[in-house]
Design a protein around this ligand. Structure first.
Ligand code: ATP
Length: 461
């Protein structure tokens, strides 16, 4: 592990200062727990999504993409169980009106007092008793005067229709998965896919989280990258195990340190689930879920079959056997992964001479800009712009001609640009440039027409 102490505050400051992420609705004083990705952040997040899609769709002959609507028929959420039970146990402090999640209060208390209590395994009554017995106070005002626990549904409601009376309640989807489930047979029929196959989707989800926070970690609006695997039940456990490994390998290949990753198998399972596991990452706020892998049995398709009245059965083309597929779900938050990658990449290095540089050691495949083109002097800018135009055909490039070359290198280090191409007077003579490596700071000389191939080979994922 690197020696730099990474804190959420350092990451947030860098993000705001360098254009990764800004507070949402900033000029209105922000809007709690919403964030806008800036010019550098949008490239980073897009590259993370591209890397995921490449790994799990492009390189997987049995996976098919989908982009389903965010607003779905409200019956979907009855079938999925979200209208009835997608909720958190909340309590309000009668003194200062703060709303807290009972399970979070217990979790924090247990951590502080080294107790082995898992609120996920407790009923509301047990949680209430625990909070009273241990006199767990409001973290904001310090008093102990809680309302009873009530379940708080996390779905955002909106309405659809032109007249006040004629409107219908609809929901912003709280997960992308249902889009894949309801399209299972559409995808299967049009692709002639045979089990096992997967439907992949990247898209926004919305949750009215009671206690969001910790920057991008828990927000009310976020993107999920999801692969729903449909298979015969006899193959499901093997597929589940395979996906645990593939999910881990993906984040390790992107650059997350293996020592900061671990599996967390769930003790308490949903009534229909056969197995469930998270991969946790050691964020600056401690070990937290990065993604989930769930063996969901045939529950989802059987519910949609029941609620829609349409058959969701798959017909085996060889045996003509009809089966309701089992689902192995792999789901990871794009924003949460971006946060982990920002924390992992961040480093403060002391250089010879005592100067410190902040450098983001992103895997080159996800770095916002692949190349920065830097003319050593202003009167070289014509040639530098020529080089920029050439390279911009292949990659996102930055162009910077202001300030000393040292300052420009630092700026590129802070946004994680893996290669800086400098244009000097020799460039005019012999069409060669200097390429500086972000991590080693070593420089090599290359003909201009070889730069693109050199960079392409280094940024492969
Ligand atoms: P958590 O326990 O952290 O609330 P979850 O178990 O409800 O997460 P899932 O429904 O399995 O999460 O969602 C899959 C992934 O989506 C999570 O592993 C996480 O990466 C991401 N995710 C879920 N909720 C949020 C959120 N509020 N903000 C950002 N990312 C989220």
């Amino acid at each position: 592990m690197k020696e730099t102490k990474v804190t959420m505050e350092k990451i947030l400051n860098l993000c705001k200062g360098r254009g990764f992420v800004f507070p949402g609705s900033d000029i209105y004083g922000g809007f709690a727990n919403t964030w806008d990705f800036g010019p550098v952040g949008v490239e980073l997040k897009n590259n993370v999504k591209k890397a995921w899609w490449k790994r799990f769709v492009q390189e997987n002959p049995n996976a098919y993409g989908l982009d389903a609507a965010i607003l779905m028929n409200p019956r979907v959420w009855d079938a999925s169980g979200h209208t009835a039970s997608f909720s958190d146990p909340k309590m309000d402090c009668r003194e200062c009106k703060t709303r807290e999640r009972a399970d979070n209060l217990i979790e924090d208390y247990a951590k502080k007092h080294n107790l082995n209590v898992v609120p996920d395994n407790m009923t509301n009554e047990e949680m209430q008793n625990f909070i009273d017995e241990h006199k767990i106070n409001c973290p904001k005002c310090g008093k102990h005067n809680w309302t009873p626990i009530r379940q708080f549904n996390l779905m955002f409601e909106t309405s659809r229709g032109v007249t006040e009376e004629g409107t219908n309640k609809v929901y912003l989807r709280p997960e992308t998965a249902q889009g894949e489930y309801v399209n299972f047979l559409n995808v299967q029929r049009t692709t002639r896919a045979k089990l096992p196959f997967a439907i992949a989707q990247i898209g926004k989800s919305f949750r009215n989280e009671i206690t969001p926070g910790n920057f991008l970690f828990r927000t009310v609006e976020f993107e999920q990258m999801e692969l729903q695997n449909f298979c015969k039940d006899e193959n499901a456990l093997d597929l589940y195990k395979e996906f645990k490994e593939r999910a881990l390998k993906f984040v390790e290949d992107l650059g997350l340190d293996g020592e900061k990753l671990r599996f967390h198998d769930h003790d308490k399972l949903a009534h229909y689930a056969k197995a469930a596991c998270d991969i946790q990452y050691y964020f600056p706020i401690g070990w937290q879920e990065l993604n989930g892998i769930h063996h969901r049995s045939t529950w989802d398709l059987s519910r949609h079959q029941e609620y829609s009245g349409k058959s969701m059965l798959y017909t085996d083309p060889v045996t003509n056997e009809k089966v309701l597929p089992t689902i192995i779900e792999y789901s990871i938050g794009a924003d949460r992964l971006v946060l982990a990658l920002l924390c992992e990449a961040y480093d403060e290095e002391t250089l010879e001479g005592g100067e410190t540089r902040i450098v983001m050691h992103f895997h080159p495949a996800i770095a916002p800009y692949k190349v920065a083109v830097l003319p050593l002097q202003k009167n070289l800018s014509e040639k530098a712009k020529e080089v920029y135009s050439l390279l911009a055909k292949d990659f996102m490039c930055d162009y910077d001609e202001s300030g000393s070359i040292g300052k420009r290198y630092r700026r590129e280090d802070e946004i994680g640009t893996p290669f800086c191409v400098t244009i000097d007077f020799d460039t005019l003579e012999n069409n060669s440039v200097t390429i500086r490596d972000r991590d080693t700071m070593e420089q090599i000389r290359l003909p201009i027409n070889e730069v693109s191939a050199y960079v392409s080979q280094k940024i492969k994922f």
